[in-house]
Design a protein around this ligand. Sequence first.
Ligand code: CO8
Length: 259
Amino acid sequence: MYENVTTRVHGAVMTITIDRPKVLNALNGQTIEELGQAFAEAKKNDAVRCVILTGGGDKAFVAGADINELSKMTPISGKFVSEQGQNVFLQIERFPKPVIAAINGFALGGGCELALACHIRIASDKAQLGLPEVSLGILPGYGGTQRMVRLLGKGKAFELVCVGDRVGAAEAERIGLVNRVVPADQLIATVEEMAKKIATRSPVALRAAIEAINSGSDMPLEEGQVLESTLFGLLCATEDMKEGMAAFLEKRPPNFTGK
Ligand code: CO8
């Protein structure tokens, strides 16, 4: 169905793989478009409750935007391509089901920015992350300057963007750039286990929680709390809320339907 992306649904989990290993999964325009389509497919499929995003081959998650394409850009096409990527990455950040990045190698430039747009980042101990754009005469143009500062604060964001060096997995975990590091041969099993667990949680509650965190983090605390209590109230009207509470009181696992 796609040329540079593969999708696989296993139970309630969809794995989306960016699959251009010969160029370390570099993001050309077509790959960005296919990525957007794959996420649209995952959104429509009610059986999918969690998405794993990873890179094909054993060297890279994504080694950045495709430098062959970048090198030919004009001010007009550069802005267009930056916006095209930003929109797809925003689609991922606002995705109503949790998205876990399984960072199986290099996550550089646009690849690091892509990982930043995911909700949870788990890295292999062989992963290397970084924003080397300034060494190419550009800046991170897929939301990286904006998401890095929100995740790590200005100090680390300035260092990563302005020095442009790669950091290893352990350092990435230490500074909070990834949630957890696991041995390379355990990465997929670890992420699949996490995704399967998420898939047992209430889909409507997950959707509301993602919205509260995403929208609330750009609001003053008091407005964020209004959003939180409004979403909380809405969840009280759901079948999932009744099921979750009943299951607890009846000492059985819940069976959420997402209604
Ligand atoms: N684009 C295109 N091709 C790439 C890319 C890339 N980003 N990264 C690797 N490749 C290709 C290499 O050219 C090489 O191709 P070939 O076999 O034909 O020579 C192949 O992949 C394998 O790579 P290497 O031989 O270089 O593998 P190494 O293990 O020696 O090195 C590295 C791995 C360190 C990851 C190295 O490939 C590298 O430095 N890659 C570039 C990393 C980089 O600078 N990324 C940032 C790109 S800029 C960006 O992402 C901007 C995002 C915002 C865009 C906004 C829109 C306008």
